[in-house]
Ligand binder design. Structure first.
Ligand code: ATR
Length: 294
């Protein structure tokens, strides 16, 4: 099997004893860990199918869906940059995906394709598991709330209706618009919006209990910390959506301050397990996925 398929080579993957029946669609997609996550669960469940990476160019998602359906695919995951385009390419969209404004999981059913978003419920479960915290009962501060991941997490927080939610982003326009949408989801939540250079950032961090880092800062070893050390308090819980490297400068600062920390591997696993259960209702892929990613 190739590491990455394209629409031109897809048909060759869909035959044989273990034909491709699931895929992650992205551009680029070679870095995606989704096959490592899903294949062990498929194998453990005795499902004779392969999960592949499929590189699809922006604008070609509808074509990719049509081709996959024709070849007998069960469904797919959708990653950057296709999560928004996927909204227009599904026949039906779950209420949750509509509210979150993005689709990351698709089921090809008899009546058409149905889009879901498992990032929102995935972060809820990851935070619950890592820190025993409920998003609805916690003041969460999201760093990079204007990005794709940050917006999904902020929206999930609003759905859980916390008393206070703080959104931080480099550019304010994105989170000002986001805050207006979140206000309509949860009018009772007090939403604070600020940029990284706001003099109140440290104080806002101190008043939160959970800090979630969703920017791309930290992906490179040479990246600086996204916020300064004095923003952390020992009773903070700090979560970084990045899982490679395992410890970003954000998590290293949090640890030095005595905070409890976790990285995005738990989000990857939980969103994946929920996606798998959309394809195979009643299944329990979590133990296999955890073992595979350990
Ligand atoms: P996405 O496709 O999810 O939007 P992205 O462009 O990597 O991905 O941006 C993710 C988040 O990281 C955004 O909140 C982005 O801030 P902007 O909305 O202002 O662009 C943030 N981000 C990326 N690089 C950053 C940097 N050097 N400083 C601060 N924030 C940064």
């Amino acid at each position: 099997m190739l590491d990455v398929f394209t629409l031109a080579t897809l048909e060759s993957a869909a035959t044989g004893a273990k034909p491709a029946r699931l895929a992650v669609l992205g551009c680029p997609v070679s870095h995606s860990a989704s096959p490592q996550l899903h294949q062990p669960a498929l194998d453990a469940d005795g499902i004779p199918a392969t999960y592949i990476r499929l590189e699809v160019l922006p604008g070609e998602l509808a074509l990719a869906f049509a081709k996959m359906r024709e070849l007998g695919f069960i469904g797919c995951n959708v990653t950057v940059p296709h999560k928004f385009e996927a909204m227009d390419c599904c026949d039906e969209i779950s209420d949750q995906a509509k509210i979150l404004g993005a689709v990351n999981t698709v089921v090809f059913g008899e009546s058409g394709s149905r889009g879901y978003n498992t990032d929102g419920p995935g972060i809820r479960q990851a935070i619950q598991e890592a820190f025993g915290m409920e998003l609805g009962k916690t003041h969460t501060l999201i760093l990079g709330a204007g990005g794709g991941a940050g917006q999904a997490i902020a929206t999930q927080c609003a759905l859980e209706k916390p008393a206070v939610l703080t959104l931080v982003n480099r550019s304010l326009e994105k989170i000002t618009a986001l805050a207006r949408r979140l206000e309509s989801i949860s009018p009772e939540t007090e939403i604070h919006v600020l940029s990284f250079d706001d003099p109140q950032l440290r104080e806002r961090c101190h008043s939160a209990r959970l800090l979630i880092q969703t920017t791309s800062i930290g992906l490179k070893k040479s990246d600086p910390p996204v916020i300064s050390d004095d923003c952390f308090l020992p009773d903070h819980c700090a979560y970084d959506t990045i899982y490679q490297p395992v410890e970003t400068p954000f998590l290293a600062s949090a640890k030095r301050a005595g905070c409890r920390t976790d990285n995005g591997l738990s989000l990857l696993i939980h969103q994946g397990a929920i996606a798998y259960q959309h394809w195979f209702p009643g299944s329990d892929p979590l133990p296999h996925m955890r073992a595979a990613m350990r």
